[in-house]
Design a protein around this ligand. Structure first.
Ligand code: GUN
Length: 282
């Protein structure tokens, strides 16, 4: 069997078109959706991410405000800026790009963002809302993965799903979303014994570990749907996922490529969350 490709780039494009339509409607009524993006320092990868976010906003009719702050910015200054954005009615979403410089407490920064503007879904109130099934913003990557699974026709109710990785940004919220969809959920991580025994039972396997090509074909159940959240560079500097695409493609029924799978969806869901935040104010 050769797995079907789950085209995240195409799905993200159609989501952006929907966002653009709804953003235009808000703007026509005099309430353009607005996203504030704060970047502290000049980390190369973060600069690229932030530039992409601003570009995505432009293309979907969301007003973005980028604040670039120098690396030595004191935490108190950053917190004051966030409080000002919390109080600004033209701003509906606030995103502080991570990682932050070591002298800044990222937790304190995230908890200062008003939960109703927390379009990253990183605030403890957003995490608690997800845990207890209350409305709140979902972290963009696991939210995008759920959309990809729906698009791929995955039947989650009662299914065996395995999430490899337990981060606060992906693994944990991903597991909660799958649980909410009535899946049976196993979370594996770097300390799991006999990882392959778990992954081979998965009807839906989600890799979010950050290790190049660690999920190989022999670890996958024939016919499984495999979602690759990884974004790594291999020894030759080539972009690759956590999944060994070539061997897994021969075993799975559907698979996301890297690039062109989860990545574009993460970006699209930020736009969805920002639009949602703006619509909730209306
Ligand atoms: N750094 C890497 N990914 C992200 C993200 O999704 N949001 C924020 N704020 N920072 C990041």
């Amino acid at each position: 069997m050769t797995a079907a490709l789950i085209d995240g780039a195409a799905l993200a494009r159609s989501l952006r078109a929907q966002v653009a339509e709804r953003a235009a409607a808000l703007t026509a009524r005099g309430h353009p959706p607005g996203l504030a993006v704060i970047l502290v320092g000049s980390d190369a990868a973060s600069s690229v991410y932030v530039r992409n976010k601003v570009k995505d906003c432009e293309e979907s009719g969301i007003r973005s405000v980028l604040q670039r702050l120098p690396e030595p910015t004191p935490e108190t200054d950053l917190l004051a800026r966030i409080r000002a954005l919390n109080a600004d009615p033209s701003i509906h979403g606030i995103l502080v790009q991570l990682p932050l410089p070591a002298h800044i407490d990222a937790r304190r920064v995230i908890e200062t963002i008003s939960p109703d503007k927390d379009v990253d879904g990183f605030h403890v109130a957003s995490a608690g809302a997800l845990m207890t099934g209350q409305p709140g913003f979902l972290p963009c990557t696991p939210y995008g993965v759920m959309r990809l699974l729906a698009h791929a026709g995955a039947r989650l109710a009662g299914a065996e799903t395995v999430v490899v990785g337990r981060s606060n940004i992906v693994g944990k919220p991903q597991a909660l979303l799958l649980l909410q969809a009535d899946a049976t959920v196993t979370i594996c991580h770097s300390r799991s014994h006999n990882l392959v025994a778990h992954t081979r039972r998965a009807d839906v396997l989600i890799a979010a570990v950050g290790r190049a090509r660690m999920i190989t074909g022999d670890m996958v159940k024939p016919g499984a749907i495999v979602i690759d959240v990884g974004m790594n560079r291999d020894e030759t500097g080539k972009l690759c996922g956590d999944v060994d695409f070539d061997s897994v493609r021969e075993v799975a029924s559907a698979i996301t490529p890297v690039p062109g799978g989860v990545g574009p969806m993460t970006r699209a869901m930020l736009l969805v969350n920002t639009l949602e935040a703006a619509e909730r104010k209306r």
